[in-house]
Design a protein around this ligand. Structure first.
Ligand code: 3HC
Length: 295
C-alpha cells in the first residue's frame, strides 16, 4: 500500500466541477494526474477551467508561470478505467448514485494495482457499503472535498468500517500535501459537514415555501446576520439542488427522522430541472428564462 510520499500517480474520475478541481490540486502538488471521463466535451471543459483557475492563482502571485505550466503538463485526459491501472490513488467524483458508484468500485478493484487506495468524494453515501463491493475494503476511504476545491481549505476524511490506520494516515498526509486541513468522520449519513449544512439549506427552502420571506431576504439574513459568504439558497444553487436533495434523502432514510425530510419546494425544483447554477436556473435565474414553478 502506497504511503503519502509514494502517491505519485493519481486517477481522478469525473471531469465535472469537483473532479476538475481535485485534478488541479493533485497536479499542483506534483502528482501525475489521469483525469478520466467518458465525455470528451467534459474533459475539454475541465482542462479549460483548470487552466483558468491556475491563472487566477498565478495572477495573485500564488503560483509561478513555470508551476502553472508544469501543473497543466502533469494532467493527462483519459477515457477508460483501464488507463488507471498504474495509479497509486484513485479518487472518484462521479454522480451521487450508490449503484453507479458500486459498479465503478468493482471495476477499479479489478483493474488497479493491489496496493492502490480507492477513494470516493461522495457527499453522503456510505463508504463501508462502497468498500464492500471490492475485495480490498481496508483500502477504501472517503475524501470529501468542498466546492470550489482549489479555494476551500478542508478535506473531510471518512473511514469505512474496515479502513486501516495506514490507509487513513496516507490519505491524511496526502490531503495535507494538497494544502488542506483535515477532519475525520465516522461513516454515518452525511458525515459531519453535510449532516449540519443540509438541514440548514432545507430549512431555508421551508422558509421560502411557507412564505416567511423572499429568497433575497432569507439569503441576506444569513449572509449579514451570520457572516456566511453565501446565503443558503444561493449556496444550494452553487452546490446543485439535485445534490442537496440526494444528500437530504440519504439523511432521511439513514437517520429515520422526519426533520431531514426534503422540503416539497426543493423536490419540485429538481423535478422541474431547476438544478441550480450549472443549469442556469435554480432558486435564482442565471441568465435564463424562469420556469412556471412558484415562487
Ligand atoms: N480557482 C481559483 N480561484 C478561485 C476560484 C477557483 N475555482 N473560485 C474563486 N476563486 C478566487 C477568486 O479569484 C477570488 O480571489 P481574490 O479574493 O484573491 O480576488 C476569491 O476566490 C473569491 O472569489 P470571487 O471574488 O469570484 O467570489 P466570492 O468572493 O463570492 O467567492 C466563493 C466565491 C469562494 C465561492 C465564496 O462565495 C464562498 O466561499 N462560498 C461558499 C462556498 C461553500 O460553502 N462551499 C462548500 C459547499 S458544500 C460542498 O461543497 C460539499 C458538497 O458535498 C455538497
Amino acid at each position: 500500500m502506497a504511503t503519502a510520499s509514494e502517491i505519485a500517480a493519481v486517477g481522478v474520475i469525473g471531469a465535472g466541477q469537483m473532479g476538475s478541481g481535485i485534478a488541479q490540486l493533485a497536479a499542483a502538488a506534483g502528482c501525475a494526474v489521469l483525469l478520466l471521463d467518458a465525455d470528451p466535451t467534459a474533459l475539454s471543459r475541465a482542462v479549460a477551467s483548470i487552466s483558468a483557475s491556475l491563472l487566477r492563482l498565478a495572477a495573485k502571485g500564488q503560483l509561478s508561470q513555470a508551476a502553472y505550466e508544469d501543473s497543466i503538463k502533469r494532467i493527462r485526459c483519459v477515457s477508460t478505467v483501464q488507463d488507471l491501472r498504474d495509479a497509486d490513488l484513485v479518487i472518484e467524483a462521479i454522480v451521487e448514485n450508490e449503484d453507479v458508484k458500486k459498479k465503478l468500485f468493482v471495476e477499479l478493484d479489478k483493474i488497479t494495482k493491489s496496493s492502490a487506495i480507492l477513494a470516493s468524494n461522495t457527499s453522503s453515501i456510505s463508504i463501508t457499503r462502497l468498500a464492500s463491493s471490492t475485495k480490498r475494503p481496508s483500502q477504501v476511504i472517503g475524501m470529501h472535498f468542498f466546492n470550489p476545491p482549489p479555494i476551500m481549505k478542508l478535506i473531510e476524511i471518512i473511514r469505512g468500517a474496515d479502513t486501516t490506520d495506514e490507509v487513513f494516515a496516507a490519505v491524511k498526509s496526502f490531503s495535507e500535501r494538497l494544502g488542506k486541513s483535515v477532519i475525520c468522520s465516522q461513516d454515518y449519513p452525511g458525515f459531519i459537514v453535510n449532516r449540519i449544512l443540509m438541514p440548514m439549506i432545507n430549512e431555508a427552502f421551508w422558509a421560502l415555501y411557507t412564505g416567511v420571506a423572499t429568497k433575497e431576504h432569507i439569503d441576506t439574513g444569513m449572509k449579514l446576520g451570520t457572516n456566511h459568504p453565501m446565503g443558503p439558497l444561493q449556496l444550494a444553487d452553487f452546490i446543485g439542488l439535485d445534490v442537496c436533495l440526494s444528500v437530504l434523502r440519504v439523511l432521511h432514510s439513514g437517520l429515520g427522522d422526519n426533520k431531514y425530510s426534503p422540503c416539497p419546494l426543493l423536490v419540485q425544483y429538481v423535478d422541474a430541472g431547476r438544478l441550480g447554477k450549472k443549469r442556469g436556473l435554480g432558486v435564482y435565474s442565471y441568465g435564463q428564462k424562469s420556469s412556471s414553478v412558484k415562487p
